[in-house]
Design a protein around this ligand. Structure first.
Ligand code: GLY
Length: 356
């Protein structure tokens, strides 16, 4: 077990990473507190019951809400249900919310905590690889709006994060691949040595080796911390974490949020961002090939052969309603481990990058 300290301008907290973490010792924040748990209804029953038992015993008051974790349910109405449950049961400002689930449950519970009585504490127990290495660290909380994903939200840091790698052993390969895309992203933009390690261990990671995940999750969180500790609210270098995302968001829209998972879209987007990096940031061909080979490893074959119509994808990039009033900016790498922000790229260069 490892305890990582996350420092941000607004709050410091710890992320516990390891195996078998669903034990009373890791739940001290719930002791004699009014506790409300939101849980993804797909969490395996034994793990869910373990968390519930501990919270019931530790808390002075306990209730919970099971939610089907879909993008449609990451909504105003689900938020209202959470707030109504808290108000109807008389939860005070001293209460603490727990979230057990993936990014949807973590983001929405975080936003419910950010807004209930102007902000209460919350603890995250991320259950997917993607949420363990991304959503649970850095305090981005949100719900969706019909105009776009995560349009309504706040920066609100958790009190603690419990990242138990046992949860990962229950995931479908598609979910593992989606999380690996974000881990690989952290290496590409921030850490060449970790990139080498991933190249070396990709087979074991795809085979879901628990020991490898303890290291990969912890390393990935440390890398994300090195960014959010310097830029909590994404005024500058936190934008690096959007590597592959400008293309990736357009790919998600292109597939109407059904054809590609977020992780798959980001992986495909990273391939395009590498093409762009060669043109705009002087990334050498040898490094570009290494990066693309590693990313290809985490995509299934059908996706690698996918072809996108550049004009159509570009249109989706520029019409992404979240980008209205903003210039399109891209994150590129000049070398493995060194990201940069690029603005004002001509459309021809972008169009030429839209290939795998
Ligand atoms: N997912 C990117 C960030 O947390 O900033």
């Amino acid at each position: 077990m490892e305890i990582l300290n996350i420092k941000t301008a607004s709050k410091d907290y710890s992320v516990v990473v390891g195996k078998n973490l669903i034990q009373r010792d890791n739940f001290e924040e719930s002791k004699n507190r009014e506790v409300f748990l939101t849980v993804d209804e797909n969490i395996p029953e034994n793990l869910k019951q373990k968390v519930i038992r501990i919270l019931e015993e530790e808390a002075s008051k306990f209730s919970m809400l099971e939610i089907k974790a879909t993008e449609e349910n990451k909504s105003y109405s689900s938020l209202e249900v959470i707030h109504d449950s808290l108000i109807n049961a008389g939860y005070s400002r001293n209460c603490i919310l727990y979230a057990l689930g993936g990014g949807i449950i973590c983001d929405m519970t975080g936003f419910a905590a950010a807004t209930y009585q102007r902000g209460v504490d919350f603890v995250l127990i991320p259950s997917t690889l993607l949420s363990q290495v991304d959503a649970s660290v850095g305090g981005k909380t949100a719900i969706n709006h019909k105009i776009g994903k995560n349009m309504i939200g706040a920066f609100h840091q958790p009190t603690k994060v419990i990242s138990d790698v046992n949860f990962l052993m229950t995931l479908e390969p598609k979910e593992i691949r989606g999380g690996l895309a974000e881990i690989v992203k952290h290496a590409i933009i921030l850490d060449k040595k970790f990139f080498d390690w991933l190249e070396h261990n990709i087979e074991g990671l795809l085979a879901c080796d628990e020991g490898l995940y303890e290291y990969a999750v912890s390393k990935s969180i440390k890398l994300k911390e090195s960014v959010v500790s310097r830029d909590e609210t994404e005024k500058g270098i936190r934008k690096w974490l959007n590597f592959g995302h400008t293309f990736g968001h357009a790919i998600e829209i292109y597939g109407q949020y059904k054809q590609f998972s977020h992780g798959e879209a980001v992986a495909l987007g990273m391939m395009m961002a590498i093409n762009l990096s060669i043109k705009t940031s002087g990334l050498d061909i040898k490094s570009a090939t290494r990066i693309k080979e590693l990313v290809k490893n985490i995509l299934n074959e059908e996706l690698i052969e996918k072809q996108f119509n550049p004009e159509e994808l570009y249109k989706m990039m520029s019409s992404d309603k979240k980008k209205i009033g903003e210039v399109l900016n891209f994150i590129t790498v000049k070398d493995i481990g060194h990201a940069e922000i690029i603005k004002d790229i001509d459309s021809e260069t972008i169009l030429k990058s839209i290939t795998l």
